[in-house]
Ligand binder design. Sequence first.
Ligand SMILES: [Zn+2]
Ligand SMILES: [Zn+2]
Length: 246
Amino acid sequence: MGNSKYRLPYDLHMHSCLSPCGDMDMTPNNIAGMCAVKELKIIALTDHNTGRNVPALLKTASEYGLIVIPGMELTTMEEVHVVCLFPEAENLLEFDRFVYEHLIKVRNRPEFFGEQVQMDENDEPVAEEPYLLINATDITFDGVHDLVQSFGGLAIPAHLDKSTTSLLSNLGFIPPDSKFTCAEIKDPERIDALKEEHPYLQGCRIITDSDAHNLADIAEPVRFLEFDTEEPSPAEILRLLETPDR
Ligand SMILES: [Zn+2]
Ligand SMILES: [Zn+2]
């Protein structure tokens, strides 16, 4: 009895074969299987500007007891990457349609950028996306928090400490009127330094994910989120994520 907590290992940022840069081995079944082998519990698939491989992953991952948070890695107009997580696939797919309308449309050149394959739960290709998904959208960073929230989701600036495609690399600072309360960094050893340099982050929960583009790079079970239950719903997980650490 008492206040025992469940520490659930997570990885909330990875790419499937629908991202041009994602390895073709990153199929829904392979991702679910590898996450299970690595003994992760909470995962999110976050392809660039699309969520269309998430429904297949939801089906395959349930067999392994994994909790999948429907997700996408949005590219803003400033080429800032933002991990967007949603409580339900419906929220994500609605957001997917919105983002697709706002994607700057340039045809993909698979031989150069890589293939963009949408799959079903049997890893059968069902569509090849013709437009390059890593392109920017015309969605600005300053509106992204409220926008994602209007679809029921949570916006998390991605890999803040990355030298390209991050909020800090592309804007150079954290806009003081920002609203995000969760941010992702690549190198957890830099948390204290980053919080000192950017006091805004002191009011945030900081997470670290793999940003895996191939199966081997999916995270080991070394980072955890704590819950009162062993089976939190995606909505409960999002509520925890948007709550600062302290
Ligand atoms: Zn990114
Ligand atoms: Zn990524």
